[in-house]
Design a protein around this ligand. Structure first.
Ligand SMILES: Nc1ncnc2c1ncn2[C@@H]1O[C@H](COP(=O)(O)OP(=O)(O)OP(=O)(O)O)[C@@H](O)[C@H]1O
Ligand SMILES: [Mg+2]
Length: 365
């Protein structure tokens, strides 16, 4: 089936109230390319952030709600109506001092694991250039964010694991230490941890196939692979054994040393670690191919084309890699939002709408 007949996440209308420097905006984007231009500091990334928040229910820039609400205001609101393939679904997120309220088609909801799968989105932004050289946490975040969307069971698994881990760490630090009190947390960590590792392993294997294709296409000959490096591999029993073997070390250090919270990914080019050996250009290829692979796996797993958010990436990629990016974008047929300070450098093919942001005010060009 050609990709562009796949259903897709498409925003038909977006409305923002008191979101960072955007006091109020009404936005009717094109179903294909939306190019948002404006000088530095005008609010382009803010707009991308608001759309991302609809899909991820969190920002990629901050975990502090107050920073997102316009300075001096008490709350912010993001509302969107999605297209036909989501039956005109409307989603509204209100952020205020009391917390966050989400409603779908006018009804308040507590989002479950299916929420993220319903609205898959892929964000590509300059921070992604850290994927290769950055700390393992950067790569774990990449993996987890994709898995939140690709696997309906993952969000709950992730939260339960994080809670069990925090509890185990608390018990480990308590004086006097009660080793028996660790037992229930060890079994919880082993059970949840082995499931997380299995989900990550399956996802990485799928991602690696698309990554290999992407690297080959962009580089014109290099062979790419993504290897998952779990800190603890194996089933629940093997996990328990590791926790047992590391117990004294964990107590000495004051935290749980082993588990998926310490996992990593290795991007490889021609069989060698990209972190250690890849050139600058090859690292850009890796990041581009990783984003392409993420989009492809999500469209397969979610049965719809994710919405694509590209924040100022053309400035991070050279001419040749930009060409590959736009070739990919014209092939997949989803809705795309692109921000740039130089709209004339963005060479899209197909339907395109241009918008301009000036001091938080959005206008059609
Ligand atoms: N909570 C807030 N209230 C009001 N203004 C805010 C808030 N948070 C950020 N801003 C303002 O938003 C602007 C930054 O917007 P944004 O990051 O979207 O710029 P940009 O157009 O992407 O710029 P660049 O091209 O440099 O990336 C800054 O002027 C900043 O002061
Ligand atoms: Mg920006």
């Amino acid at each position: 089936m050609p990709q562009n007949t796949l259903s897709k996440v498409q925003i038909d209308s977006l409305s923002l109230v008191q979101f960072r420097n955007i006091a109020r905006a009404e936005f009717a984007p094109s179903p294909r390319f939306n190019v948002i231009s404006g000088r530095n500091g005008m609010g382009k990334t803010n707009l991308i952030e608001s759309i991302y928040l609809l899909g991820a229910l969190r920002s990629f820039r901050t975990s502090v709600r107050r920073e997102i609400i316009s300075q001096g205001e008490r709350d912010a609101k993001i509302s969107a109506r999605f297209g036909q393939s989501l039956h005109g679904l409307s989603v509204e997120i209100q952020l205020g001092a009391q917390g966050r309220q989400i409603s779908m088609d006018g009804k308040a909801v507590v989002p479950d694991g299916d929420y993220f799968r319903t609205l898959p989105m892929v964000l590509f932004h300059p921070g992604n250039m850290e994927l290769v050289q950055g700390a393992p946490e950067t790569r774990r975040r990449f993996l987890d964010r994709a898995l939140f969307q690709a696997d309906a069971a993952y969000p709950q698994l992730y939260r339960q694991y994080a809670r069990a881990l925090a509890n185990r760490n608390t018990v480990i630090r308590r004086q006097p230490l009660d080793m028996r009190a660790l037992v229930p947390f060890d079994s919880a960590l082993a059970k949840l941890g082995s499931q997380i590792v299995a989900s990550r392993a399956a996802f990485t294997a799928q991602l690696s196939q698309f990554f290999e294709e992407g690297v080959l296409e962009v580089s014109g000959g290099n062979r790419g692979a993504i290897r998952y490096r779990p800190r603890v591999s194996g089933d629940e029993a093997a996990f328990l054994q590791v926790l047992d073997a590391k117990r004294q070390l964990d107590v000495d250090r004051g935290y749980t040393t082993c588990g998926p919270h310490a996992d990593d990914l290795d991007f490889e080019v021609d069989g060698r670690s990209a972190k250690k050996y890849a050139s600058q250009g090859q690292q850009r290829t890796v990041v581009l191919a990783a984003k392409i692979a993420e989009t492809r796996v999500l469209s397969q797993r979610c049965h719809r084309m994710p919405l694509l958010l590209l924040d100022d990436v053309s400035s991070e990629l050279d001419r040749d890699r930009n060409r590959h990016l736009f070739l990919f974008l014209s092939g997949v047929g989803g809705q795309v939002f692109i921000t740039t300070t130089h709209p004339d450098h963005i060479s899209t093919s197909g339907e395109r709408a241009d918008f301009c942001v000036t001091n938080g005010a959005l206008s059609s060009l």
